[in-house]
Structures are given as structure tokens and as C-alpha cells.
Design a protein. Structure first.
Ligand SMILES: Cc1ncc(COP(=O)(O)O)c(C=O)c1O
Length: 380
């Protein structure tokens, strides 16, 4: 029996069935874009811990920052005894997120927690309750974020009842709906105004590029129209950049591609080189609408996670990982040419940097897939 098989037996007896894994090999160490399992096999790490280890696994600067901080202190709880690194991460978030207006940030542990807090802030600041989310959205697995997430299996099935005052609108999915961004936004706004009422909407919550089960890239203008509608209707525009943030799309944040400046931005995943940290950043007047003590948690902005985040952000800046993401995206261009050669709709292949989508339905047959692969190989 291999070491992984042995571990899998122990896992079956000890770990809840609901927690699943993609591979059955167990990791021994990782770095340089690969995972090495306990049997010495090396795997190319395309998943990066679900879009987390953008600066690499055990990136040297992150490891050193974590080691140094762990020697100084591991935890005080920022709500009890504050420390500089929490403030420094908030300063970075306020600077890096789109928009030059006065901002404030707060730190949490997971993406779902950041989204929950975005909803809290939007409701408190507007005095309204309705939150509008979109088809295909993914925002997490807590009770509120399950309500915000679209897909039933595996995320929601049997876990209800879910939080109330959540409304779902159609997203822009140009490959399927054939609508321009403004047309898709008009359809969503019509539904919101009819079924919710503009004056009841606390926030529109949207991922600039949806990332659950394949990327959904909205048509140009969709996000800008929604953001404009939110502003004229007194609602908060929240961009969930948990997956798209921190250089993944070739810019620090994907909202920049649409020229939008969200009122609130949620971040997590790539922010801290693999340590659990998330952030909520937004207009000072919205963030500070919350009463003193209204935001926080025992571990949110843990000092080791903050040290890791500062090191990860420094690494992204120094190595210009946004430009690197664009470069990786460029390597996918031949796929577009191949699609065109195959008379597939090239509009189907879209996205920013390496965050690109090639719908399976665009590939009508196995021979189309082979042709794409061949063109890719011959042009690389
Ligand atoms: C867009 C988006 N929002 C929220 C989340 C939830 O983050 P977490 O798993 O850290 O709670 C995710 C995670 O995949 C995500 O992609």
C-alpha cells in the first residue's frame, strides 16, 4: 500500500465525508508550481489552492515574514491589543483597490466572512435590507453566503433555510444570451426594479468575473451600468474580488478593466500567500457607518496572516505579477486563432490575463479539441 493509500484509509475513518478532495494523493511539500506527494510523485499545481498561492507555495519572503512574526507573537486579537501589521495591510488595501476616494478596511479570516461583512456594512449604511446577487454567483458556504451563492449542489442542498432578503438577477453571459453589456444590465435592472424596488436595495453584489465551475466574463459595460444604477438609486455597489483580485487578471483588481470604482471590495485568496486572511475595503463613509465594535472577530487580521500578506503584496509588486499574468494570458492567444480557424465563435474565448474561458459547448467534437491543441502546439 502506498503512503497516500494508507493516509486515505485513515482519512476515511477520521474526516467527515462532506469534505472532499480533488486528488487522492497526499501532499508532502510544494513550491515552484508543483506539489510533491508523500510517495514522491510530482504534480503540476494548476489549482494553486483554488487561486491562492499566486506568489508561489512557501514563497521565501512569505516564509521569512511568517517565521519572524511567529517568534514575536502569534496572536493578541486586534480588538484587544492592536499591532502595526493589521494597520499596514489596511493601508495597502486602501491604496491598491480601485478609486482614489477616502477608504477604510477591516480584516477577517475567509472570503465568506468578508462577504458577510460587506452585507452588514451595506445594510447598516443604507438602512435597507435587500441584497441583489446574480445567476452563477459564488460567494461562500456560510449561511448568508450560501443564500448569496447560486448553485444548489454541492453548496446548499439540504442546508436551508437560508438568510432572507436576497434577490437574484440575471448576469451578463454573452456567449449564451447574445446581449451587449448595457442590454444585459437593462434586463437585470428591470427585474430588480419590478421585483425588489430600487428604494429597497441595500447593495448589488457581483463578481467582476464569475469563477465557479468555469469563468463567466460579462459583456463590456454590464458592470459599469450596474454601478451607475446603484449610485443613482442610493444602493452600494460591492465587487467580490476574492478570486479576481491580486494580479490574477493582469491588474491588481478586475474592476479596473471596466473602469469601475466599487463602493466596497472584498478580498481574500491571493492576499496572503496561503495564510487565511480576507479584507473588506470601501468608502470611508460607508465603512464608518458601523458603530464602534460592530465589526471584528477573534482571529480576523491575525498577525502571522498580516505579515504574510505584506510579504505577498511586496512580492507581487517587486516581480510585477500583474504583468506576468498578462504574459501568461498572451500565451492563450493561439486558442482564439484556433477557434476562428474552426469557425467557433471567438467571442466565446474571453477574459483578462490568464483568467480566460473556453466554453466546452464551443468545442463541438473531440476533433475540435484536438485541432485546438494542435494549433496551440504548433504556434507555441
Ligand atoms: C468570488 C468568491 N467569493 C467568495 C468566496 C469564498 O471564500 P472562502 O472560501 O475563503 O470563504 C470565494 C471562494 O472561492 C470566491 O471565489
Amino acid at each position: 500500500m502506498s503512503a497516500s493509500e494508507d493516509l486515505d484509509k485513515r482519512r476515511t475513518a477520521a474526516v467527515a465525508r462532506g469534505v472532499s478532495s480533488v486528488i487522492t494523493s497526499y501532499v508532502d511539500h510544494a513550491g515552484g508550481g508543483t506539489l510533491t506527494d508523500v510517495d514522491g510523485r510530482e504534480w503540476i499545481d494548476f489549482a494553486a489552492g483554488i487561486a491562492v498561492t499566486s506568489v508561489g507555495n512557501s514563497a521565501p519572503r512569505v516564509v521569512e515574514a511568517v517565521r519572524r512574526q511567529a517568534e514575536l507573537f502569534t496572536h493578541t486579537c486586534f480588538m484587544v491589543a492592536p499591532y502595526e501589521s493589521y494597520v499596514a495591510v489596511c493601508e495597502q488595501l486602501n491604496t491598491l483597490t480601485p478609486g482614489l476616494f477616502d477608504k477604510r478596511s477591516a480584516l477577517f479570516n475567509s472570503g465568506a466572512e468578508a462577504v458577510e461583512n460587506a452585507v452588514k456594512v451595506a445594510r447598516k449604511a443604507t438602512g435597507r435590507q435587500a441584497i441583489v446577487v446574480f445567476d452563477h454567483a459564488y460567494h461562500g458556504r456560510t449561511n448568508l453566503t450560501m443564500a448569496l451563492t447560486a448553485k444548489n449542489l454541492p453548496y446548499k442542498d439540504g442546508f436551508g433555510p437560508f438568510a432572507g432578503e436576497i434577490y437574484r438577477a440575471p448576469v451578463s453571459y454573452p456567449f449564451y444570451d447574445g446581449r451587449t453589456g448595457p442590454q444585459a444590465a437593462a434586463r437585470a435592472i428591470d427585474l430588480i426594479e419590478k421585483q425588489v424596488g430600487g428604494a429597497n436595495v441595500a447593495a448589488l453584489l457581483v463578481e467582476p468575473i464569475q469563477g465557479e465551475g468555469g469563468f463567466v466574463v460579462p459583456a463590456p459595460g454590464f458592470l459599469a451600468e450596474l454601478s451607475e444604477w446603484a449610485h443613482t438609486n442610493g444602493a452600494v455597489f460591492i465587487a467580490d474580488e476574492i478570486q479576481t483580485g491580486f494580479c490574477r487578471t493582469g491588474d491588481w483588481f478586475a474592476s479596473s478593466y471596466e473602469g469601475i470604482e466599487p463602493d466596497l471590495v472584498t478580498t481574500a485568496k491571493g492576499i496572503a500567500g496561503g495564510l487565511p486572511l480576507s479584507g473588506l475595503t470601501g468608502r470611508a463613509e460607508l465603512m464608518d457607518a458601523v458603530h464602534v465594535g460592530g465589526l471584528g472577530g477573534t482571529y480576523g487580521g491575525n498577525p502571522i496572516a498580516c505579515a504574510a500578506a505584506l510579504a505577498a503584496i511586496e512580492t507581487m509588486r517587486e516581480l510585477n505579477l500583474a504583468a506576468e499574468a498578462l504574459r501568461i494570458g498572451e500565451t492563450m492567444k493561439p486558442a482564439r486563432r484556433a477557434a476562428s480557424a474552426l469557425a467557433l465563435p471567438t467571442a466565446a474565448i474571453c477574459g483578462f490575463g490568464p483568467v480566460k474561458t473556453i466554453p466546452h459547448v464551443a468545442l463541438r467534437s473531440a476533433s475540435d479539441c484536438t485541432a485546438l491543441a494542435l494549433v496551440r502546439t504548433s504556434q507555441s
